[in-house]
Write a new protein. Structure first.
Length: 292
């Protein structure tokens, strides 16, 4: 069978996007396509298509939703949420003619999200509320060297030993786990040195995305993210949201923040106790076909 796909990116965080609403895979084809080894092969930038994540669009399980979408990291593991992927998903279903709606309700692994496509084709994603309890992240606080509450209350800061000395991480879930640390200079941040170790630290039983955040002023940060299962990416939408929430919990940031990532800028808005809103672009690179 020949399967159509699109290659897309959100600020350089790139995706293979597959429509399984109008394209049908039987049980054997689905097993072969979703096998972790096959996803790793497709993700390879030399021998495959090359991507940070695979996004799969499917019919919803409930009538209230317009679509369901699934997210697989480059290592083949299925994950809960992807902010840049949500924006690409919205542009994909409209561009492929699967819907004409600009306001979408979408099922993801752990619930539903709302997405709006603006008249100028920016995409606004309602990422839902940040979750701060250890059980929701999830985090095993017994594995941290020390923990404390954030300055604004309601958040957890964990101190972990690393090869470069102790580091403090503010713990946030945006439907997927994040640990965010503040750095003086994001360009020189030790992302490749301690990112992999912190991603797999026993504090995080499901592993975690690790953000390295430089506060520019109360309305702007620079950010690099070592993503769980993919390594450092050019942009991470949930990472941007988690970093803003972490900065607010520590009293460093205001309600609206411009997040500069290696691939470009996102706008994140969040009032205490409210949903986190993320705005940014999504770009189609090319369309293709593969043989299963």
């Amino acid at each position: 069978m020949r399967l159509k796909f699109s290659k897309m990116h959100g600020l350089g965080n790139d995706f293979m996007v597959v429509d399984l609403v109008t394209q049908y895979l039987d049980a054997r084809q689905r097993e072969r396509f979703f096998a972790a080894a096959n996803i790793r092969r497709l993700a390879d930038r030399h021998f495959g298509i090359g991507f940070d994540q695979l996004l799969v669009v499917e019919p919803p399980a409930t009538p209230a939703a317009d679509f369901r979408y699934r997210i697989f990291n480059a290592d083949g593991g299925e994950v809960e949420q992807c902010g840049n992927g949500a924006r690409c998903f919205a542009r994909f279903v409209r561009g492929r003619g699967l819907t004409r709606k600009r306001q979408l309700v979408v099922e993801v692994m752990k619930g539903v999200i709302s997405i709006d496509v603006t008249a100028d084709e920016q995409v606004v994603v309602d990422m839902g509320p940040a979750r701060l309890a250890a059980a929701d992240i999830p985090a095993d606080l017994s594995r941290a060297d020390a923990t404390r509450a954030t300055a604004q209350g309601g958040g957890i800061v964990a101190t972990l030993g690393t090869a470069l000395g102790p580091r403090e991480l503010t713990l946030v879930s945006m439907g997927n786990p994040h640990g965010v640390m503040r750095v003086d200079d994001v360009v020189g941040a030790p992302v490749e040195v301690i990112g992999p170790a912190l991603e797999c630290h026993p504090l995080f039983p499901a592993r975690a995305n690790i953000g390295f955040m430089q506060v520019i002023d109360r309305g702007a940060i620079a950010l690099r993210v070592f993503e769980r299962g993919s390594g450092e990416t050019l942009a991470c939408g949930t990472g941007a949201c988690a970093a803003v929430v972490a900065g607010q919990l520590n009293g460093w940031l205001d309600a609206q923040v411009t997040v500069t990532l290696p691939g470009g800028k996102l706008l994140v808005r969040h009032e205490s106790g409210a949903h986190v809103m993320m705005t940014g672009p999504a770009t189609t690179v090319f369309h293709g076909q593969i043989d299963l």
